[in-house]
Design a protein around this ligand. Structure first.
Ligand SMILES: *Cc1c(COP(=O)(O)O)cnc(C)c1O
Length: 431
C-alpha cells in the first residue's frame, strides 16, 4: 500500500516511509491510496475470530510491502494484549472500555503499534531516531510506555507544567531509560508550537533524525480501527449500532469511519466535543473556522484545529451532505458533563470519566430522537486519570487499578524548561 499527501505536492510513499516521516514534506497528512474492502464472511463471522486475527486481517493491506506476515502478527499481538470489554450501562447504551491498557487510555493501541513498527524499521540503522511529542496529558504516557526500551529510538515529551493530572504526569516522568520528560512553563499550545518549530528547524534536522508520534502518523492512526471491530465482535443483534466518540484531534473517529467504509456495519457516528466546537460549527454552517483551544475538564479534547478532520473530509470526497448523513457532531459544556457523570453514576452505578461523559450526553440525546436504535460510546480513559473532577461529582473515591497504584509510589523526573524554542533547540543539540 502506498500513501499520498493530502496536499498533493509530495510523492507517494510506502507505509514504512510514511511512518518514519510522520508528515509529508509538503506538510500534508498521508492517506492510503485505496481503501481495502473486507470480505462479507469475515464481518459475518467476526465473533469467531480472536483479537489477533482481526488485527492482522484489518491491518494487512495497509502495511503490505513494509511488514511481512510474521512481523505483522508479532506487532499486532503485542499491541492488543489486553481487554476491550463492551459493558452495558443501560438498555440502550453500551460502553466500549478502551482504558485497560498500560496507561489507562485508548492511545495505548496506536502508540504500541507505532513504536513497534518504528523499532522494526530502524533495526539496521546506525543513527538513533528522536521522537518528539507534545502532550496535553494522555499522549505522553501512551507514547512513553509504548516506546520504553525500543532500541534505536529516544523519546522526548513536552508537557505543560501543572496542567496534567497526577497519574498522567507520573506516567510520563517515571519511565527513565530512553524516555525524557520536559516540563514546560507554559500551555499545551506552547508545547505544540515548540515541537512544530523543531520539525521545521534546519540545524536540528541536519543533526538529528526527528519524528513525531502524534495521531497524524499513519502507524498510530490506522490501528485505531480495531476498536470498532472489537465492539462489533461483542455486539449482539440490536440492529446496527450508533457509535459515539469523544473527539479532539479526530483521529479515533476518523479510523472508525475508515473501518466502516471497509465494510464494518455502523448505523451512524457521533463526534462528541467539549467547548472546542470547530467541527460541530462546521457541520452546522459549512464554515471551517479554527480557533485557539479553550481549557475544559475533558482536557484531552481541548483542540482548536483538529488535525485529522481533513482525513474525514477526504473519506467523503469533501461532500458535506454525504458526511452529514453519516456523521453528526455536538458540543457539550463542562456543566453538562458533570451533571451527566453524576446522573449516570447515581442511576446505573457506572463511573464515566469526563471524556466518556461528553460522549454519553451526545449519544443519549441522539437516541432520544431515534428511539429504536442502540448506541455504543467509546470510553477513552479510566476515571482514575481525572480523580479531582470525578470524585467531586460522584462523591466517592475512584477505585485505583494496579498499574496506577504502582505509579503513585514512584518519583517524578522531569527537566524544567521555559516555553522558548531556543532553549529546546540547545537542549536537543547537546543531549
Ligand atoms: C486523545 C483523547 C481523546 C481524543 O481523541 P482524538 O483521536 O484526538 O479525537 C479523547 N479522550 C481521551 C481520554 C484522549 O486521551
Amino acid at each position: 500500500m502506498n500513501y499520498y499527501s493530502l496536499n498533493r505536492q509530495s510523492p507517494s510513499v510506502t507505509f514504512e516511509e510514511a511512518t518514519i516521516r510522520g508528515q509529508a514534506p509538503d506538510k500534508g497528512l498521508y492517506f492510503p491510496e485505496r481503501i481495502p474492502t473486507l470480505s462479507h464472511n469475515f464481518i459475518k463471522n467476526i465473533s469467531r475470530h480472536t483479537k489477533e486475527e482481526i488485527g492482522v486481517e484489518v491491518m494487512k493491506p495497509y502495511v503490505a510491502g513494509s511488514l511481512d506476515d510474521n512481523e505483522l502478527e508479532r506487532i499486532v499481538s503485542e499491541t492488543v494484549s489486553f481487554d476491550f470489554p463492551l459493558v452495558k450501562i443501560n438498555d440502550n447504551i453500551y460502553s466500549l472500555e478502551l482504558f485497560h491498557g498500560p496507561t489507562l487510555a485508548f492511545k495505548d493501541v496506536g502508540a504500541r503499534f507505532m513504536s513497534r513498527c518504528l523499532g522494526f524499521f530502524n533495526r539496521n540503522k546506525d543513527q538513533k531516531t528522536t521522537v518528539l511529542v507534545a502532550t496535553s496529558g494522555d499522549t505522553g504516557g501512551a507514547v512513553a510506555n509504548g516506546f520504553l526500551g525500543v532500541e534505536g529510538v529516544d523519546v522526548v515529551i513536552l508537557y505543560p507544567s501543572g496542567k496534567v493530572s497526577t497519574v498522567q504526569e507520573l506516567q510520563l516522568t517515571t519511565c527513565g531509560q530512553n524516555i525524557t520528560a520536559l516540563e514546560i512553563n507554559g500551555t499545551f499550545d506552547d508545547c505544540q508550537a515548540m515541537v512544530k518549530q523543531a520539525f521545521a528547524d534546519k540545524d536540528l534536522n541536519n543533526t538529528l533524525i526527528l519524528t513525531s508520534a502524534n495521531s497524524i502518523n499513519v502507524a498510530r492512526w490506522l490501528p485505531q480501527q480495531l476498536y470498532y471491530f472489537f465492539a462489533l465482535q461483542q455486539w449482539h443483534d440490536n440492529g446496527l449500532p450508533v457509535i459515539c466518540v469523544p473527539s479532539g484531534n479526530f483521529g479515533n473517529i476518523c479510523a472508525g469511519i475508515l473501518a466502516h467504509i471497509s465494510g464494518l456495519p455502523v448505523q451512524h457516528f457521533i463526534a462528541a466535543c467539549n467547548a472546542n466546537d470547530v467541527v460541530p460549527q462546521f457541520l452546522q454552517t459549512g464554515n471551517y473556522q479554527p480557533k485557539p483551544s479553550v481549557a475544559t475538564i475533558s482536557n484531552a479534547m481541548d483542540v482548536g484545529n483538529p488535525s485529522n478532520f481533513i482525513r474525514i473530509l477526504e473519506l467523503f470526497q469533501h461532500q458535506l451532505p454525504q458526511l452529514k448523513e453519516k456523521v453528526s457532531s455536538v458540543t457539550v459544556s463542562d456543566e453538562e458533563t458533570k451533571r451527566i457523570l453524576s446522573d449516570v453514576y447515581k442511576k446505573y452505578q457506572y463511573t464515566l470519566d469526563p471524556h466518556g461523559a461528553v460522549a454519553y450526553k451526545a449519544l443519549n440525546e441522539y437516541l432520544q430522537e431515534h428511539n429504536d436504535w442502540y448506541g455504543i460510546l467509546l470510553e477513552t480513559a479510566h476515571p482514575v486519570k481525572f480523580p479531582d473532577v470525578v470524585e467531586a461529582v460522584t462523591g466517592s473515591p475512584v477505585a485505583v487499578p494496579e498499574s496506577a497504584a504502582h505509579l503513585l509510589k514512584l518519583e517524578k523526573k522531569s527537566i524544567r524548561m521555559n516555553a522558548d524554542f531556543n532553549d529546546l533547540k540547545e537542549w536537543l543539540l547537546n543531549k
